[in-house]
Design a binder for this molecule. Structure first.
Ligand code: PHE
Length: 449
């Protein structure tokens, strides 16, 4: 029987947390979260965000981990095993597609980080003012095939790690890269906090203005939370299936949520003091990262090194996330379609690059590659983050709460009774009633707007 073949998996508790936190912590924390904060009134958004990831994020993450570990299967196989002869595997298929599409757009930006590492290493921002740096950024993202080449390199790096396997690839590299990322981020935050704009930056980050909280804040917080925690598309079902039977899933979910949020706040501590010091509006999107920061580094003692390590940090954060995205597809191809890991990796990477080329080229000014008034890239970004992830999340909690049920959930989170898990009844209540309702309401109100 196939079941008897030993499945690859994570070797240690720390490995599980490094890999899952690696998947969560990514460009979403460093590029996207500070912008969301900027647009939604700073600390007010932070509070709503914390509430959303605690009340909805943790139960959904736990549901995914339970489904994965219970089934010992990839995200499609999991539903086939736990709900045989049903339509539930569709949730898994949509997740695999979603992973592929997110990877295709995500690798565009991740590719940019490689160019910026090169620019930083060759000291190319030296002596430039903001206008010049902005000009350079817009010239760069209009170059077309250079972007595609960098994206291809990034996809190749991801494929290299995934091809090595779960324990010898994903776990091994996450255990090296994640601590490195944390150290870099702390050093940068300390530097930024000693700038003249630090006080204003901190006030912006931590003084909530409750008048800024509206229905939209909730929609944005949920979108950001699901994306940032890698929820709703099977990444944590896949990773959950590699977690040992005696590991504690609940504490894993908490550790991942806390480290993900901490890194997002730390990124804010790097960016906002700098933004206020140089008078840049905190809501400027990608420009905050690709324009403001090089500018900041220019004016800092030791700026050359800070700039270089910052873009290395971005690349690392991106890589541990793309690894998770690719693994969802590779696990599916190898377990369901019985391809070798090597071929699964090659095919999934090639498919990503194929879609990714269009995503990348669609970012050129005046591109014909548009859908519904958005560039192909932004269209993919919108559909995956605002539609596929919330819908996926909704179906996953419904599956756990109504189809898999309480007994199996309790068995899995308590390791068949060996662990005491306080509040498990409350968590199950949230999964069964509150989470589906809340996700649905927030999702629909987001669409209506
Ligand atoms: N969580 C990652 C980030 O914040 C992105 C991601 C989404 C990774 C979904 C895997 C799955 O950047």
């Amino acid at each position: 029987m196939e079941e008897n073949k030993k499945r690859d998996g994570f070797g240690s508790k720390l490995g599980v947390i490094a890999a899952a936190a690696g998947s969560a912590i990514g460009l979403g924390n460093i590029c996207r979260f500070p912008c969301e904060l900027g647009e939604n009134g700073g600390a007010a958004f932070l509070l709503v965000y914390l509430a959303v990831v605690t009340i909805l994020g943790i139960p959904l993450m736990l549901s995914e981990l339970v489904i994965g570990r219970r089934s010992q299967s990839n995200s499609v196989g999991a539903f086939k095993k736990l709900a045989p002869k049903s339509k539930w595997p569709i949730v898994g298929y949509v997740g695999v597609l979603c992973a592929l599409l997110i990877f295709a757009t995500y690798s565009v930006i991740a590719g940019w980080t490689l160019e910026y590492i090169y620019k930083a290493a060759t000291n190319s921002f030296h002596g430039e003012n903001l206008t010049l740096i902005e000009h350079e950024f817009s010239t760069f993202h209009n170059t077309g095939w250079l972007n595609v080449l960098l994206q291809a390199i990034f996809i190749f790096l991801t494929g290299f790690v995934v091809f090595k396997g779960v324990q010898n690839g994903i776990e091994k590299y996450s255990k090296i890269l994640m601590p490195l990322l944390l150290v870099i981020l702390i050093v940068l935050a300390i530097r930024s906090l000693t700038l003249p704009g630090a006080k204003e930056g901190l006030a912006f980050l931590f003084h909530p203005d409750f008048s800024k909280i509206t229905g939209d804040t909730l929609v944005d917080a949920m979108g950001q939370g699901f994306f940032s925690l890698s929820l709703g598309m099977g990444a944590l079902i896949t990773y959950g299936s590699y977690v040992k039977k005696d590991d504690n899933l609940t504490s894993t979910a908490f550790s991942v949520m806390i480290s993900d949020t901490l890194v997002a706040v730390l990124a804010g501590l790097v960016i906002f003091p700098a933004a206020f010091t140089f008078g840049v509006k905190p809501q400027a999107g990608m420009e905050l990262v690709f324009d403001t920061l090089p500018m900041l580094f220019n004016q800092m003692a030791g700026g050359y090194w800070f700039c270089l390590i910052f873009f290395i940090l971005l690349a690392i954060a991106g890589l541990t996330s793309t690894i998770a995205l690719l693994e969802v597809v590779v696990a599916y191809l190898s377990e369901e379609l019985h391809l070798s890991r090597k071929w699964a990796t090659v095919i999934a990477s090639a498919a990503t690059l194929f879609i990714g080329i269009f995503a990348s080229l669609s970012l050129k000014d005046g591109t014909p590659l548009t859908i519904a008034g958005l560039s192909f890239n932004d269209f993919l970004d919108f559909t995956t983050a605002n539609i596929m992830l919330p819908l996926g999340g909704l179906l996953i909690v419904i599956f756990l709460g109504w189809r898999l049920g309480k007994t199996e959930f309790f068995d899995e989170v308590t390791n068949e009774g060996a662990l005491k898990v306080p509040l498990k009844t409350a968590v199950f209540f949230i999964i069964r009633y509150l989470a589906p309702l809340a996700i649905l309401v927030i999702f629909i109100s987001g669409l209506v707007n």
